[in-house]
Write a protein that binds this ligand. Structure first.
Ligand code: C2E
Ligand code: CA
Ligand code: CA
Ligand code: CA
Length: 278
């Protein structure tokens, strides 16, 4: 894939987190935001390293506050989790992402798998599977184009997690483990859960390829995952040197500011069309 055009390198991007607002958010603000439809979904491409093509996008929520501007999820997801509002926000993001995926196909673009983050609250919800099934039916998304990202912390109750994930897999969707390497039961987790992909946490990308420890960790995770027949996505990839290192170690997919920051749907669509036409 081509790198971004002249003015589109990550650091110059106009879409970014750096200048996102850092407000104090109250529960009632979140409720109003839901009522007023102020949440928007951005999409960050993942790149297939070998084929040098876009292999999917991750859906990332933002809050478009009418006065405060774009608010980053770290400022409201924790409160949303605490108050249970994450269920509604999560459902909204899922529906948007599915609709968008279907829409892109209708526009004649190649199929673009979308990944949606599942919060612990959603994961533990008793009607998780039926909710997802309903949204999949309503939007008409092909199951193989939908992926859920879960975190290691959700496997605290391993038996229950295996149950839920097996149900998810029966729907035909993909499952990846996000922020991999930051939790506790990593090896055990990978071996026992029905998953397809691990996403190496972005903290391990720091200092690659000079940091010996992170180098060892990243190479080991890739090997281990491949031996377990899982694919690997590296996130937080910001430099060409990191890309080279990951390519050398056969990492399957990479995601990060080096290629694109999370983008509004229309912007992603335009850039993707552009890449296809080049
Ligand atoms: P995450 O799932 O680990 O998502 C990746 C985060 O890394 C995103 O932050 C993304 O913008 C950022 N990122 C991507 N490339 C790079 C890079 O090269 N360098 C660095 N430093 N960062 C990069 P974002 O969008 O601010 O989201 C933060 C977290 O909020 C997410 O982390 C996820 O845990 C949560 N989140 C976002 N959207 C949702 C959602 O719809 N539902 C739930 N439950 N959580 C969400
Ligand atoms: Ca994620
Ligand atoms: Ca992550
Ligand atoms: Ca995360």
């Amino acid at each position: 894939i081509k790198k971004q055009g002249k003015n589109n390198y990550g650091i110059y991007s106009t879409y970014e987190d750096d200048n996102m607002a850092n407000p104090i958010v109250l529960e009632n603000d979140l409720r109003k935001a839901l009522e007023r439809n102020e949440f928007v979904v951005y999409y960050q491409p993942k790149i297939d390293v070998e084929r040098e093509m876009i292999s999917g996008v991750e859906a990332l929520v933002r809050w478009e506050h009418p006065k405060k501007g774009l608010i980053t999820p770290i400022h409201f997801i924790p409160l949303a989790e605490e108050t249970g509002l994450i269920l509604q926000i999560g459902e909204y993001v899922l529906r948007q992402a599915c609709q968008q995926c279907v829409q892109w196909q209708r526009l004649g673009l190649p199929p673009i798998p979308v990944s949606v983050n599942l919060s612990i609250g959603q994961f533990m919800q008793s009607n998780l599977i039926s909710n997802i099934q309903r949204i999949m039916n309503e939007t008409g998304i092909q199951p193989e184009l939908l992926e859920f990202e879960i975190t290691e912390s959700m496997s605290m109750n391993l038996e229950r997690s295996i149950e839920i994930l097996s149900e998810l897999q029966k729907l035909g969707v993909h499952i990846s483990v996000d922020d991999f390497g930051t939790g506790y039961s990593s090896l055990n987790y990978l071996r026992q859960l029905p998953i397809d992909t691990v996403k190496i946490d972005k903290s391990f990308m720091k200092g690659i390829p000079n940091d010996r420890n992170n180098e060892a960790i990243v190479a080991t995770i890739i090997n281990m995952a491949h031996n377990l027949n899982l694919t690997v996505t590296a996130e937080g990839v910001e430099t060409f040197d990191q890309v080279q290192y990951l390519r050398k170690h056969n990492c399957d997919n990479i995601q990060g500011f080096y290629f694109r920051r999370p983008l509004p749907a229309e912007v992603f669509e335009q850039e993707f069309q552009h890449i296809l036409n080049d």
